[in-house]
Design a protein around this ligand. Structure first.
Ligand SMILES: Nc1ncnc2c1ncn2[C@@H]1O[C@H](COP(=O)(O)OP(=O)(O)OP(=O)(O)O)[C@@H](O)[C@H]1O
Length: 359
């Protein structure tokens, strides 16, 4: 998707914003606390209805008055179909509109896929499996229309089985939910595996360019022992699950395992390499989404130069320039590789005021 126009009012320290981005690369410069991340946050909110910084809509209100507004016009690159997206917060809840009609965050998600690489993304490698699952599931959601209904079916059966386990229900009652749980669970796993298989070659190629040669493995542990059918595992673990009060096997326990040179990647690679690895994962996934749907996600990169010496910066910039979708990157100053002549729109942010270099 291509964002043609972005507007915002009273969003954090950005009082008013109106910009027309470049169709490919957009670079945003600004000092500490100038408002660069807030600008990316506006873009993220437009595509997801929530912030990557975890704050609530109330906390995004600027100093002027209660409430905030975010608006964007997007274009589908293949059909040239244009759509408008808007979010308004006026004190209690966020009102979302797509083409002027009341909508939900799910509509935003479907209309404007947005992905971000920001310092908090290190969690994807450093912390629990939930971060890697959500990376994988975001991609599956975009390429597989059946993912969401399947996931809802699975959640419902899981909730029911867990309630019965906790209530001390008998085997017959608990077993009644297992065929549904196993069927939806195995289909979810198959969709995740297919997506991982689809992106793996591009991830490996990306790593080679961004980090260098090495032996990398990306494997999905499905959340149960693959040698057995999930239905059989659920039946076998019923007694243990009752004792623990929840279902221990299934795709809600899946883990994307990332190994470098035979070791867990998080223990073997530097911070800069972690950033490059995450970039390789996101670029491969966004490219695959674009290939499958014709809509490349908008890619946001906060603090582009952080943790990267010039060779890594150059490799990442080249990879971004090769990405067919629209990208927005932030940095402090026009130095290093960003000092070069770029085919990009350049914006400056100062005390929440965004200006274009072309102005
Ligand atoms: N709701 C709000 N209203 C007004 N100002 C806010 C609000 N929330 C955050 N700020 C201010 O916005 C500034 C941070 O903006 P932002 O994180 O976008 O900066 P940045 O340019 O990305 O900075 P850095 O490069 O240091 O990360 C801080 O000074 C913060 O106090």
């Amino acid at each position: 998707m291509r964002l043609l126009q972005l507007k915002a009012e009273n969003f954090r320290l950005i009082r008013t914003l109106s910009l027309h981005p470049h169709g490919r690369l957009n670079v945003i410069f600004g000092a500490n606390a100038a408002g660069k991340t807030s600008l990316l946050e506006i873009l993220y909110v437009l595509g997801r209805g929530r912030s990557f910084r975890g704050a609530s809509p109330q906390e995004w209100e600027g100093p002027d008055r209660p409430g905030w507004l975010v608006f964007g016009r997007v274009e589908h690159p293949l059909s040239a179909l244009r759509q408008s997206l808007g979010l308004r917060f006026a004190g209690e809840q966020t009102e979302i509109r797509v083409d002027g009609r009341a909508a939900t965050s799910l509509d935003l998600l479907r209309t404007l896929p947005v992905q971000i690489l920001e310092p908090g993304m290190h969690k994807m490698l450093q912390e629990g499996p939930v971060y890697r699952r959500s990376f994988l599931d975001w991609g599956v959601f975009h390429v597989e229309p059946q993912f969401l209904p399947l996931w809802r079916r699975y959640r419902r059966a899981l909730r029911q089985r867990n309630q019965l386990l906790r209530a001390g229900a008998d085997d017959r009652q608990i077993a009644a939910w297992e065929p549904e749980l196993a069927e939806a669970g195995e289909q979810l796993d198959a969709q995740r595996c297919a997506h991982l298989d689809a992106i793996r070659p591009a991830v490996l190629a990306g790593i080679e360019v961004l980090i260098g040669e090495g032996e990398w493995h990306f494997d999905l542990y499905p959340g149960w022992t693959r040698t057995m059918a999930l239905r059989e595992v659920l039946a076998r673990q019923r007694t243990a699950d009752r004792r623990l009060g929840s279902t221990q096997a299934g795709p809600h326990r899946a883990e994307l395992r990332i190994r470098a040179g035979g070791h867990r990647a998080k223990n073997r690679i530097s911070r800069g390499q972690q950033k490059m690895l995450i970039a390789a994962l996101l670029l491969a996934q966004c490219t695959e989404i674009g290939r499958r749907t014709g809509r490349h996600p908008v890619l946001l990169i906060d603090d582009f130069t952080a943790e990267l010496a010039e060779p890594y910066q150059a490799a990442l910039l080249a990879a971004i320039q090769a990405y067919p979708g629209q990208t927005f990157i932030t940095a402090f100053t026009r130095s290093g590789v960003l000092a070069r002549e770029l085919d990009a729109a350049v914006f400056h942010v100062e005390h929440g005021v965004v200006t274009s270099s072309a102005d």
